[in-house]
Design a protein around this ligand. Structure first.
Ligand SMILES: [Zn+2]
Length: 677
C-alpha cells in the first residue's frame, strides 16, 4: 500500500520524508480523493435525520487523509520542489479544485446542512459548534445554494465572466509592464544609482542585445531608479509610465475591465441578498460592514493627516534647500525621502548585523515564548526531515505535556521559493476524545553561515523571524475541537494579530538583552542603536499612512457602494482620492487600471486590513506594555482568548475578552509617532 495512504508509523506520527518517493504522490492523491468522496457520500446517504454530529461535524472531519497528503505535498512544492513535483502540482490542482467544487455544489449535502442550520436554536450547541455550523452553511449559501435555478445560472455566468475579466486585467498589467523600456546611453544619466542597480541595468540591456543601460517597470529596476536617480526628467518619464499601466485607451486598456468587474461583483452580491460586494466580503471579516471600515479609515485619516502634511512640507523645504526644487511631484517623493533619511539617520544593516546571530535570535525567540507561554523547545533528531538544513523541535509546556512538533527551515536553496512563511503538516483537533497535537513549520530565506562566518541577520530579518514565529505560536497553541476552526483558520483581518504583535518584542530592551549580543564581543546592542531603528522605522509614517488609507478608500469606493452609475474611471478615482492627496495629480495616470490587488487578486474590500491588523497589534501590545512585556497575566489572557481559540468564535468577541474593550487606533498612532505619547 502507498505509504502516504497509511497512518504514519513514526514518532509523533510525523511525516516519513525519507521513505516517501515523489512518484507516490499522484496515486496517493487519487486514492485519498476517492476516500474523501466516499466519506461525503456516507454523510449524504445517511438514513437518519441530519444532526450536528452526523452532518456538520462529520463533514468537518472528512477528507483527513487528503488534507494530510495535500499539506505535505504543497509544503514541499514551496520549500523543496523540483520539476517532477511541479508537474504533479499541475496535474493534481484541477482534481482538487473539482473535488472542492463538487462539495459546494452538492445539493443533497446542502439540504442536510440546511436542515441542521434551521434547527440551530433548538440544538443547544456550544459556541464553537454554532460557529462551525454557520461557517459550513455559509460556504454553500454564499455560493448560491439557496437560489432558484435561473438565479443560480446567472451566478455561474457572473463567476465565469469575472474570472475571465480578472485574468485579462492581470494579463494587460503584465503586458504593459513588459512593454515599457527606458534605454540609457549616457552614463551621466545614471548619476546617484548604487553600483548594484547600475550593473543590473547593464545586464538587462545586454540580455536584449542593446548598448547601454535598460530600466524597466519591474520593481527591482523601477524602485532603485525612483529612489536614487538624480535625473529628475528621467524619473518623471519612468513614474508616468509606471502610473499609466492599463490607461492608454488602446488594446491593453483596463478601464472597461475595472467598470465591468465592479458592476458584476455588485450584481453578484445583490443576487445573494447583500447590499453590495463589500457587505458580502465583510460578513466574514472582523470589521463586519463597509460602514465600520470607512469609519475606521476616516478616523485614521483625520488623525494622521496633520503629521502627513507636516512631513510633506518638511520634505518640500528640504528639496528646495538641496536642489531648488519648488513643487514636489510624485516622482520626487522617494528620491528626497531617501536623501533626508540618510541625513537624519546614519543607519545601515552592516552596523546592526553583528548583534543578530541567527542562533542567538532563535534562542531569544524561544525564551520569549517560554517567559510568555511556558513553552519549552527541545531540538530532537529522531524524526525525519525533507532537507538536512531543517531543524526539528519537540515543544512541551510547563507541565511537561507535549504541545507540538516544530520544524524550522532557514536557508535559501534551489527549489525553495522566496520570502518567509508559516505552515503546518498536521493541524490540531480533538478526535475521538484525543487532542491531536499539530506539526508546525516556518520557512525563511536567511543568509547561510560559512565556515568562517555565522549567519548574521538584518534587523528586518529578525522581525520577519518573530513574525512567522508568531503565526507558528497560533498554530502550536491551538486548542479546539474541530479542525476547520483550529489555529490560523480565522478571519482574514484577524490572522496577522499573533504574528505582528510578536514583532514588537524586537524593539524592547528587556527582550533584546536576551538575544541581541555581539557575536564576537558578547556586548548587548546599545539602546542608542535600538532607538535609531525605531525612529527610522517611523520615518515619514504620516505620508505612508495616508498612502495606505488612499488605497483602502479607493477599494471601498469601488466595492462599498453601488457602482452602476460610474462611467469615468479617472473621475471616480479623483473623487476617491480627494481627502488623501498630497502630491499634484498626474493626468496621464490612473491607479485602478493596474490595481491588481483588488481587481485581480483577493483583496477586494480587504485593502483596509493592512492597517486594521496594525491597529490590533499595537493595541494588544500596549496592554503588554502597561503590565510589563513579560506579564504572565496578560500573556495568559492572550493565549486563552486568542492563540488557543482559532476561529471558534467571532474575533471581536475574542479580542474584547482579552483586552477588555474594542481595539483603539490611538496605540498605533502613538507607536508610529503620529500623536504625542
Ligand atoms: Zn503574516
Amino acid at each position: 500500500m502507498n505509504i502516504l495512504n497509511k497512518p504514519f508509523d513514526t514518532p509523533f506520527n510525523t511525516a516519513p520524508f525519507s521513505k516517501i518517493k515523489t512518484e507516490d504522490f499522484l496515486p496517493a492523491f487519487k486514492q485519498a480523493i476517492n476516500k474523501a468522496k466516499a466519506e461525503i457520500d456516507a454523510i449524504t446517504n445517511n438514513s437518519e435525520r441530519p444532526t450536528f454530529e452526523n452532518t456538520v461535524a462529520a463533514l468537518d472531519f472528512s477528507g483527513e487523509e487528503l488534507e494530510r497528503i495535500s499539506g505535505l505535498f504543497f509544503n514541499l512544492n514551496s520549500a523543496e520542489t523540483n520539476e517532477v513535483i511541479q508537474n504533479i502540482a499541475q496535474e493534481v490542482s484541477p482534481l482538487l479544485a473539482e473535488f472542492s467544487n463538487d462539495i459546494t455544489l452538492n445539493e443533497a449535502l446542502f439540504k442536510r446542512v440546511k436542515d441542521v442550520y434551521e434547527q440551530k436554536d433548538a440544538l443547544n450547541l456550544t459556541i464553537e459548534q454554532s460557529t462551525l455550523l454557520d461557517k459550513k452553511y455559509k460556504k454553500f449559501s454564499r455560493n448560491g445554494a439557496n437560489l432558484p435555478e435561473d438565479k443560480k445560472q446567472r451566478l455561474r455566468e457572473i463567476d465565469k465572466k469575472l474570472s475571465q475579466l480578472k485574468l485579462k486585467f492581470g494579463e494587460n498589467v503584465l503586458a504593459e509592464t513588459n512593454k515599457f523600456e527606458m534605454l540609457i546611453t549616457d552614463e551621466n544619466d545614471l548619476s546617484g544609482l548604487p553600483e548594484g542597480a547600475k550593473e543590473a541595468a547593464k545586464h538587462m540591456a545586454e540580455s536584449k542585445n542593446k548598448e547601454g543601460w535598460l530600466i524597466t517597470l519591474d520593481y527591482p529596476s523601477y524602485i532603485p531608479f525612483m529612489t536614487y536617480a538624480d535625473n529628475r526628467e528621467l524619473r518623471k518619464t519612468l513614474a508616468i509610465a509606471y502610473g499609466a499601466k492599463g490607461f492608454h485607451n488602446d488594446i491593453l486598456d483596463n478601464q472597461e475591465h475595472v467598470l465591468q468587474i465592479a458592476k458584476l461583483r455588485f450584481e453578484r452580491a445583490q443576487l445573494l441578498g447583500y447590499k453590495n460586494h463589500a457587505h458580502f466580503v465583510l460578513e466574514e471579516r472582523m470589521a463586519k460592514t463597509p460602514e465600520k471600515v470607512e469609519e475606521f479609515l476616516n478616523e485614521l485619516l483625520q488623525k494622521a493627516k496633520p503629521a502627513a502634511e507636516r512631513e510633506f512640507n518638511e520634505l518640500q523645504n528640504f528639496a528646495k534647500d538641496l536642489d531648488g526644487t519648488d513643487h514636489l511631484e510624485k516622482w520626487d517623493g522617494a528620491y528626497y525621502s531617501e536623501k533626508l533619511k540618510q541625513k537624519l539617520f546614519d543607519l545601515d544593516d552592516e552596523k546592526l548585523k553583528p548583534y543578530f546571530k541567527l542562533e542567538h535570535v532563535i534562542n531569544g525567540m524561544f525564551t520569549v515564548a517560554e517567559k510568555l507561554y511556558g513553552l519549552h523547545f527541545n531540538e530532537i533528531h529522531n524524526i525525519d526531515k525533507y532537507h538536512e538544513d531543517v531543524l526539528t523541535y519537540k515543544v512541551t509546556d510547563d507541565k511537561g505535556d507535549f504541545v507540538s512538533i516544530f520544524y524550522a527551515d532557514f536557508f535559501p536553496r534551489a527549489g525553495k521559493r522566496n520570502g518567509a512563511w508559516m505552515t503546518s503538516y498536521k493541524n490540531q483537533c480533538i478526535k475521538n476524545g484525543v487532542n491531536e497535537r499539530p506539526h508546525i513549520s516556518i520557512v525563511c530565506n536567511f543568509t547561510k553561515p560559512t565556515k568562517t562566518k555565522p549567519s548574521l541577520l538584518t534587523f528586518n530579518e529578525v522581525t520577519t523571524l518573530f513574525h512567522e514565529f508568531g503565526h507558528a505560536l497560533h498554530g502550536m497553541l491551538a486548542n479546539t475541537t474541530y479542525p476547520g476552526l483550529s489555529g490560523t483558520s480565522v478571519y482574514w483581518d484577524f490572522v496577522e494579530l499573533p504574528s505582528q504583535v510578536l514583532e514588537n518584542w524586537c524593539y524592547e530592551k528587556e527582550a533584546l538583552e536576551l538575544f541581541a549580543t555581539h557575536y564576537k564581543t558578547g556586548e548587548v546592542i546599545p539602546m542608542e542603536l535600538v532607538n535609531k531603528i525605531k525612529a527610522s522605522a517611523n520615518f515619514h509614517e504620516g505620508m505612508k499612512t495616508l498612502r495606505q488609507l488612499s488605497f483602502g478608500l479607493l477599494d471601498m469606493s469601488w466595492h462599498g457602494k453601488d457602482p452602476r452609475t460610474i462611467t469615468d474611471v479617472k473621475a471616480h478615482e479623483l473623487d476617491a482620492f480627494k481627502t488623501t492627496r498630497l502630491y499634484p495629480d498626474v493626468p496621464e495616470n490612473c491607479m485602478s487600471t493596474s490595481f491588481s490587488h483588488i481587481f485581480q487578486g483577493g483583496y477586494a474590500s480587504g485593502y483596509y486590513s493592512y492597517k486594521w491588523a496594525e491597529v490590533l497589534d499595537a493595541d494588544a501590545f500596549e496592554y503588554f506594555k502597561e503590565e510589563g512585556i513579560f506579564s504572565k497575566q496578560v500573556a495568559t489572557k492572550f493565549k486563552e482568548n486568542v492563540l488557543s481559540k482559532g476561529g471558534t468564535q467571532d474575533p471581536m468577541e475574542l479580542y474584547k475578552r482579552f483586552r477588555g474593550k474594542e481595539p483603539q487606533v490611538e496605540a498605533l498612532l502613538k507607536r508610529a509617532g503620529l500623536i504625542e505619547k
